[in-house]
Write a protein that binds this ligand. Structure first.
Ligand SMILES: *[C@@H]1O[C@H](CO)[C@@H](O)[C@H](O)[C@H]1NC(C)=O
Ligand SMILES: *[C@@H]1O[C@H](CO)[C@@H](O)[C@H](O)[C@H]1NC(C)=O
Ligand SMILES: *[C@@H]1O[C@H](CO)[C@@H](O)[C@H](O)[C@H]1NC(C)=O
Ligand SMILES: *[C@@H]1O[C@H](CO)[C@@H](O)[C@H](O)[C@H]1NC(C)=O
Length: 494
């Protein structure tokens, strides 16, 4: 049976809090369904800062690049959604290339999506269980020609014939050999995240969506309630904005705004390191997206794995991310929340000047990988130029959360990205619109609905451990170094 629609009047005001991917995509899809009075609020003035972390945008969506991969092991529902999203990413590229409706500041030379493929390796020779399942299921979906298990010399020959000479051995570990290591998956690659958000914002505006992006006028202050129903929001400038429906899509800040999410979602940080490759260096070509794929090292490999990296971006910056340890920042909840809970909340260099480096464990894994797999960087005397804690919202089962909030009529939440939602930017809003319109949806029903950990159910992400969590930032040693010299391992070998 289809759920009740939450809103039928297409002229009724809808407030969306958050202009990251969940908020942007909700706005686009609701506008396409005919809703005419949608306003998106964010405290970040994104029309000026352009989703650039260096200009103060510390949301997870505001980033230089994000991975696009369809390899999802047995989770073929996400695999299928990725194939759908890639069609849209490709058409966004094409629309930019045509230049008929360019977002401010973008040109026909800009591209959003780059199909450079994904290379998966671990320290073992063959594919791990997850990779084997992904290959089987992508093949079953009719895309077997995009998959290369490089421990098989026949697959190496096929990859060479397909012109993938550089991508099959991105770490130069097997020069001239027939039997390589790893799994090359030529589906996907990455998107330029900041440009993708700018494109989506522009698209939403073209569809009539209003945006209030401002540290005061766009900053949520509290919900306005009448007889137990949320009827709008108040912003930091003191203004009240009536809403027939309020959609909360605040990424890492969502649990702080909606304490009802306790036990379902928690804010956690991944570690990001960036290396500026100087202009004129031969490494610029070596690590360009034309030659170098997105890579994944020991995915699902615990605290010493779950590392990934990108080709260099247009500024010559190489980005690496580590999610093998997901850090929390447990703090006493704000007093407007009637309960006195300890809840994790984002802390970035823009909210706290004391955050200028990464936890020591992140540095150990990142440096260990670079020393072994990319010693060229150390040999060129390069250093990590920027580090960042990137705050996501994890759900206990790693699925997104898109539903009305049971104890808060008038409010819908769209969050729980769990570090894998960005790739769905063009399509995720469809599920929010389906929920609003009361449309039947397998994904909403099976995965995204409001839920709690059942007795005996094993959590994919162990959350809400409070101040005792071994991964709470207060409990982990931070690195002493501001910029990480990458040459240590390299020089030790000399
Ligand atoms: C994914 O798509 C394939 C067809 O390409 C289909 O056989 C499979 O049932 C789909 N999986 C899910 C979970 O929808
Ligand atoms: C956009 O992506 C598609 C698919 O990878 C690619 O064919 C196209 O060249 C890209 N467009 C631009 C402008 O780079
Ligand atoms: C994914 O592949 C595995 C191994 O071949 C298979 O058992 C499973 O049914 C596939 N999943 C789906 C949903 O097709
Ligand atoms: C990670 O590596 C360290 C040594 O660097 C080792 O002590 C530890 O047991 C490893 N942890 C896991 C989960 O494999």
């Amino acid at each position: 049976m289809a759920p009740q629609p939450l809103l039928t009047d297409k002229d009724a005001p809808i407030v969306i809090i958050g202009a990251g991917i969940f908020g942007l995509s909700s706005a686009i899809h609701l506008a396409k369904r005919g809703f005419k009075n949608i306003t998106v609020f964010d405290k970040q003035p994104y029309h000026e800062t352009l989703y650039d972390f260096d200009r103060g945008c510390d949301a997870a969506s505001a980033d230089c690049n994000k991975i696009i991969r369809a390899a999802y092991g047995h989770e073929t529902w996400y695999q299928n959604l990725t194939f759908e999203a890639i069609q849209d990413w490709t058409s966004w590229n094409e629309s930019l290339a045509k230049g008929t409706d360019l977002p401010p500041g973008m040109t026909t030379k800009d591209r959003i999506y780059v199909n450079c493929g994904n290379y998966h390796i671990g320290d073992e020779k063959g594919a791990n269980g997850f990779e084997e399942l992904s290959i089987k299921n992508i093949t079953a979906a009719g895309h077997g020609n995009t998959q290369y298990l490089l421990t098989d010399p026949k697959e190496v020959t096929r990859a060479r014939r397909d012109g993938l000479n550089a991508a099959i051995d991105p770490f130069n570990r097997h020069k001239g050999q027939d039997r390589l290591s790893g799994h090359l998956d030529m589906v996907g690659g990455f998107v330029y995240a900041d440009k993708a958000c700018r494109f989506a914002l522009h698209k939403a505006q073209s569809l009539g969506v209003k945006f209030i992006l401002d540290p005061s006028a766009g900053q949520f202050s509290r919900f306005v309630e009448e007889k137990g129903v949320v009827t709008g929001i108040k912003t930091a400038d003191g203004k009240t904005h009536p809403a027939a429906l309020t959609i909360v899509a605040c990424g890492g800040w969502t649990p702080t705004l909606l304490p009802e999410l306790d036990g379902l979602c928690e804010t956690t940080a991944g570690s990001v390191a960036m290396i500026q490759i100087p202009e004129g260096s031969p490494l610029r070509e070596r690590f360009s997206a034309e030659r170098f794929p997105v890579w994944h090292y020991k995915m699902r490999g615990g605290a010493n794995g779950s590392l990934y990296g990108f080709p260099i971006d247009e500024r010559g910056v190489m980005k690496l991310g580590y999610r093998g340890t997901k850090y929390t920042n447990p703090a006493l909840a704000s007093t407007s929340d009637k309960k006195t809970t300890i809840r994790s909340t984002p802390i970035t260099k823009y909210t706290s000047p004391s955050i200028h480096t990464l936890p020591a464990k992140s540095v150990e894994v990142i440096r260990g990988f670079l020393d072994k797999y990319l010693p060229e960087l150390g040999a060129a005397n390069l250093k990590v130029t920027t580090t960042r804690l990137c705050w996501y919202t994890d759900s206990f089962d790693n699925h997104f959360v898109i539903d009305s909030v049971p104890s808060k009529p008038g409010v819908v939440v769209a969050t729980g990205g769990s570090g894998h939602a960005f790739k769905f930017l063009p399509i995720i809003g469809r599920f929010i619109a389906d929920r609003v319109e009361g449309k039947e949806s397998d994904m909403l029903d099976r995965f995204f609905k409001w839920r709690s950990l059942k007795p005996g159910e094993k959590a994919h992400n162990v959350i809400m451990q409070g101040k005792e969590s071994p991964n709470a930032l207060q409990n982990v040693p931070m690195s002493e170094e501001r910029d990480l010299d990458l040459g240590q391992g390299y020089r030790a070998k000399l």
